[in-house]
Design a protein around this ligand. Structure first.
Ligand code: R1P
Length: 350
């Protein structure tokens, strides 16, 4: 380990950057698109307003945050890589850099479990988790345990789900032959292979897994690796109906040395960590802020026909869905007192 970390609970650098994403308060906006790949993030970022010039941080751990404005509204695009652990870093670390609401749309690729063409965009209303059961005896299969666990569903934010589906329908280019499906169930797996029913040289005991999932959830339509965890954290952050106090995470000593394209404003330097349920003066927000999340999933692989999407179709549907996600976010209302303070932020108009 090359860095000395003084506090193991919530590591931050002396200049208040969260340890894995490398961002700090004022560098991430309330409205966020999260994607898996930096190329997808850069494609969406190309749609941002020219002014203020979008701000980019790439952390040592490979998370990229791009913040600017779309049609004048502050938005961030965060590329997180793959899987539950990275989704967890994303939600928790962004949350501690933000005051007010955190509105998140995940735009990712997925496998399709229903008979739709590759290039279809699916907007799930809920997600379940499929996880490998480490207590199962995978070599001899002689365990009384099941090899996989299937969780109960967690819902997307219903209003954001509807706004997202509407934006996708409204912005669909006439040249695109595939459509939008919503109100389905997604499954997020903790492996691309075993817990998605793929066959490899490992004895994964997953030959009937997809059929079992489909028999439990008739409208199960997509498989990917992040949506469940994002929706689950959003649904389990203390909300307007709860009274749990938010603890301000402490500060650590050493910087993570993120690569930046635009220097932060001097007015953001050295400020204390935000208490995310308070306003700029430290007064509690009423009602308390929320995390609201939904997802749009591009079908890259059909698990029924075994078709895989072409690069040309990827380019076409990423351009469509990237714009649609931004449209959905900027059209989604956040009460003014639940917005992060603009003064000193990287999206401040100077
Ligand atoms: C697997 O190839 C990856 O692709 C899907 C899965 O969820 C997983 O992260 O999403 P992204 O296209 O967003 O990376």
């Amino acid at each position: 380990m090359k860095d000395l970390i003084l506090d193991a609970n919530f590591p931050r650098t002396l200049d208040q950057r969260v340890y894995h994403l490398g961002i700090r308060s004022g560098e991430v906006a309330n409205r966020i698109v999260t994607v898996g790949a930096p190329s997808r993030a850069n494609g969406i970022a190309s749609l941002l307003d020219a002014s203020p010039r979008p701000f980019t941080v790439t952390s040592e751990r490979g998370f990229t945050t791009i913040t600017g404005r779309y049609k004048g509204v502050p938005v961030s695009i965060v590329s997180i890589g793959m899987g539950y652990p990275n989704a967890d870093f994303f939600v928790r670390e962004v949350r501690e850099c933000l005051t007010g609401d955190m509105v998140v749309i995940r735009l990712g690729s997925c496998g399709g479990l229903i008979d739709v063409p590759v290039g279809t965009i699916v907007v799930p209303k809920a997600s379940i988790a499929i996880t490998r059961n480490y207590d199962f005896e995978f070599i001899d299969g002689g365990s009384s345990e099941p090899p996989y666990r299937i969780s109960k569903p967690v819902d997307a934010d219903p209003q954001l789900h509807r706004t997202l589906s509407d934006a996708l329908q409204r912005t669909r280019p006439p040249t695109v032959s595939t459509g939008v499906i919503d109100n389905t169930i997604n499954a997020s797996a903790d492996s691309f292979y075993s817990s998605q029913g793929r066959q490899t040289s490992f004895p994964d005991h997953n030959e009937t897994l997809i059929e079992q999932m489909k028999s439990n959830h008739a409208n199960l339509a997509t498989l990917e690796m992040e949506t469940f965890h994002i929706l689950h954290l959003a649904a389990n952050w203390p909300s307007a109906t709860q009274t749990t106090a938010t603890v301000t995470p402490p500060v650590t000593a050493l910087p993570v040395a993120p690569a930046m394209t635009v220097p932060p404003s001097p007015s953001t330097q050295g400020q204390p960590p935000n208490v995310s349920t308070s306003d700029a003066e430290g007064k509690p927000l009423r009602p308390k802020p929320r995390i609201r999340a939904a997802a749009a999933q591009m079908v890259f692989a059909s698990r029924t026909s075994q078709d895989f999407i072409t690069p040309e179709t990827v380019a076409e549907i990423e351009a469509w869905s990237g714009r649609a996600v931004l449209e959905a976010l900027v059209g989604f209302e956040i009460e003014p007192h639940h917005l992060h303070e603009e003064a000193g932020s990287v999206w401040e108009l100077r």
